[in-house]
Design a protein around this ligand. Structure first.
Ligand code: FUC
Length: 753
């Protein structure tokens, strides 16, 4: 069945986060409503940000205050002495300050169509995920109107086509613009300006090709046409490079060239190039369930909430592909990574600045990149983390006294809860959400897994390993021996958004442990051995992250059973499950550690299932890792039923795209797992998914799996070894689980069933 999100009525142009349909190419984004007489197109360019270094802000330092390590040492000393009261008084010193900035809207394009009065019939607006094509069609006064749009990565444009079986007219005006000049240049409308806050220059152009009469002033008017195509492109002078973050190139030089060449190529060939680029990634994976229904998205959601099985099958398979579509559309090489809303944004003051939150959100954005077979989408993340190393060294020096100099180059970098494209790596301006020393350790999982899944040694050696190595070096210098706890600890620590301030909380200890394990694995892949590896090997067993508390739950805080532990800050149903990192996305809590696994399950039950969109997506992946398919499914149902807008965007609320990505990854995690060295087929399958099929899901080691099942038993199964190698596969058959051991050459496929 085709994967299409569609509606039989116009969207409300005032309800962007729930009613628009988005397209994007990693750099540019557009979202449309399918308005019959009046259409609003929200336009974005991913690097258009306020904040950062600029003429008016010559003292910009990525949020870093100076010499904070003195206060950190004081807090560490007080905590070690058990003097929490005085330690807490110092915490306001462990913060960053300055202008953080925010992702900006580029502008809205508002179109007014001259269309006869009356109600349209046969109306449909849709986002075809398989074709990566948006369209809207209807009949009115005997004429058929059609609008289409796609966002091309190869040609860096968004193309809009307006056609009609009879002659029609429209005007296009820009709205919510930044300080700028808007003028005609040949057959283009040019919107050229700068962000007021930081002077970041931008240029956007709309190049029009029409068979009608074209008039461009500060707006576009096209009269009596049967077909008009607008090629839209935009660029800024942003560059992902410390310390200035500007490339010194006039953006108009970039856009003029792109627009001209797109118009010369034309709609049909541009689409062909776009489709082959997109489908080469998107087409690799499929998920289908029997008897799926097809309904407009709003009705689908309603039927989903009502538990109608056929609609649920449809929704679940569509949601899986939507996550993949959204990641391909918002994360492509050369651009910044997907932010809190991917690339789409209607405001200059978006929620959480539409930034890069790294105490769960940015990590979650990429959870589905590897297992759903679109590893290329992680390139922007790798590049972004690389770009944070230089500013991250300033933070390491000021807050941790870990200094890089000529004698100790690349001696350690760090970042905290939120990052910006301008190298903001300092803690937030409030300790209680802003301090997160292990956030970078967590991100290292995201990039190490790129190698685990693809086996791409060159990228590991040249890009990923240096980032991991410098991060591992940072933590080896940061960890302290704590006598009371008799282990190496990160201190102070604060469980994300939850607290309280403690020594060596499970979040930090477990993330650093996973980094050390992965760093040693990476070193061995590259035959790298030296002092650092020796040190990491020695420190690793001393981290001891997991402890089961008196209640039987996995401890979030080492000290939580102590009589003077401050329980007042503990929130029973808190959305973050920061102490369960080792279960997912980490790989430490498995059936090989039954006591810890059991405590983790008890902790999940204690926290409950209801939460924000992304937090449900985390729970879904966590339950999938326990092998409890019914429970994982319950979480999926909650995410899709209770935290999803009509346009199938996830909400916190507000709209936050991480839940889409986490949900799509979680579906894959229910269908296939490979974190324990074995490829498990249908490891967490609910009874609701009795029969179905998937294609192209990836396992660590470069294996790609296709499977079909009926009544829970696998009926067809094949494994492709991209790089060759050995693997074990387990899969459910009628009453048991069957195993196969494979040895394959590079490019060889084994048909197990
Ligand atoms: C984290 C979460 C919030 C929100 C924000 C963007 O800090 O705790 O719920 O998702 O990121």
């Amino acid at each position: 069945m085709e994967n299409i999100i569609w509606f039989d009525k116009e969207g409300d142009i005032t309800k962007w986060e729930s009613q628009c349909l988005p397209i994007g190419n990693g750099f540019l984004g557009a979202s449309m409503f399918g308005g019959v007489r009046r259409e609003r197109i929200v336009l974005n360019e991913k690097s258009l940000w306020a904040g950062g270094p600029c003429k008016n802000r010559p003292d910009y330092r990525g949020g870093n205050k100076r010499e904070r390590y003195k206060y950190v040492a004081e807090v560490q000393k007080l905590l070690a002495e058990g003097d929490y009261e005085n330690a807490v008084k110092q915490l306001p010193e462990l913060t960053g300050d300055g202008d953080f900035g925010a992702y900006q809207l580029l502008c809205d394009a508002v179109l007014e169509f001259e269309i006869p009065d009356g109600e349209p019939s046969d109306y449909i607006r849709k986002l075809d995920l398989d074709k990566s094509l948006y369209s809207c069609e209807f009949t009115l006064g005997g004429a058929r109107y059609s609008r289409e749009a796609f966002a091309s990565y190869p040609d860096k444009v968004i193309a809009f086509k307006f056609s009609c079986s009879e002659k029609m007219s429209f005007t296009l005006k820009l709205d919510k613009t930044h300080p700028s000049k808007i003028f005609a240049e040949g057959n283009s409308l040019v919107y050229n300006g700068a962000v007021e806050d930081n002077g970041m220059r931008f240029d956007a152009r709309f190049t029009v090709v029409t068979d009608g009469k074209l008039d461009i002033s500060d707006c576009i008017t096209v009269r009596d046409f049967s077909e008009t195509v607008i090629y839209f492109t935009a660029a800024t002078d942003y560059e992902m490079k410390y310390p200035n973050y500007r490339n010194g190139i006039a953006p108009e030089a970039v856009t003029a060239h792109i627009a001209k060449s797109a118009a010369a190529i034309g709609w049909a060939d541009l689409y062909q190039a776009h489709y082959s680029d997109y489908s080469a990634m998107y087409g690799r994976a499929e998920f289908s369930l029997d008897n799926a229904d097809d309904l407009p998205a709003d009705k689908l959601l309603e039927a989903y909430r009502n538990g109608e099985r056929a609609a649920m099958n449809r929704m679940e398979t569509l949601y899986f592909q939507y996550g993949r579509y959204l990641l391909i559309s918002s994360s492509r090489e050369g651009a910044l990574p997907a932010n809190l809303q991917g690339v789409w944004n209607e405001s200059n003051c978006p929620p959480w600045c539409c930034d890069y939150h790294i105490n769960v959100n940015l990590q979650m954005n990429y959870w589905g990149a590897y297992n759903t077979n679109i590893a290329e989408t992680a390139q922007p993340l790798i590049d972004f983390l690389d770009s944070l190393r230089e500013p991250g060294r300033v933070t390491a020096a000021e807050y941790y006294n870990i200094v890089s100099d000529e004698k100790h180059p690349e001696n350690g970098w760090t970042a905290h809860t939120q990052c910006s494209p301008f190298g903001w790596t300092a803690p937030g301006w409030d300790f209680y959400w802003g301090w997160s020393t292990a956030a970078v350790a967590w991100l290292m999982q995201n990039i190490w897994e790129y190698y685990e899944f693809t086996g791409d040694k060159q990228t590991l050696r040249e890009k990923i390993f240096p980032i991991m190595r410098e991060s591992a070096r940072f933590y080896t210098q940061w960890l302290r021996y704590d006598e009371k706890q008799d282990r190496l600890v990160s201190t102070p620590t604060y469980s994300p958004e939850h607290g309280p301030v403690t020594v060596g909380n499970t979040y930090e200890q477990s993330l650093i442990e996973q980094l050390f394990i992965d760093f040693l694995a990476a070193s061995s892949e590259l035959s790298e051995e030296g002092e650092l590896q020796v040190k990491v090997r020695e420190m690793l067993p001393k981290l001891k992250p997991y402890h089961v508390g008196k209640t039987g739950l996995l401890k979030e805080w080492f000290e939580e059973d102590e009589p003077d532990f401050d329980r007042s800050q503990i929130q029973q149903n808190h959305r973050h499950l920061s102490h369960l990192m080792g279960l997912y996305p980490g790989k430490r809590i498995t059936s090989a550690l039954p006591e810890v696994m059991n405590a983790a399950i008890m902790s999940m039950n204690d926290r409950g299932d209801e939460s924000t969109g992304w937090a449900r997506a985390h729970r879904l992946n966590l339950w999938a890792r326990t092998g409890d398919g019914e429970r994982a499914y319950r979480l999926l149902r909650g995410l899709l039923g209770d935290c999803t807008f009509e346009n199938l965007w996830d909400f916190h609320p507000p709209f936050q795209i991480d839940g889409n990505f986490g949900g799509s990854a979680g579906i894959a995690e229910m269908l296939l797992q490979s974190h324990e060295g074995v490829i498990r087929i249908l490891p967490s399958i609910p009874s609701e998914w009795k029969s179905g099929a998937f294609k192209g899901l990836c396992a660590r080691g470069g294996f790609v799996v296709d499977a079909e099942w009926e009544n829970g038993a696998v009926t067809a199964l094949s494994v492709l070894a991209k790089n060759g190698g050995e693997c074990s596969v387990t899969y459910p058959t009628n009453d048991s689980v069957t195993s196969a051991r494979l040895k394959l050459k590079a490019g060889e496929t084994a048909k197990i069933i």
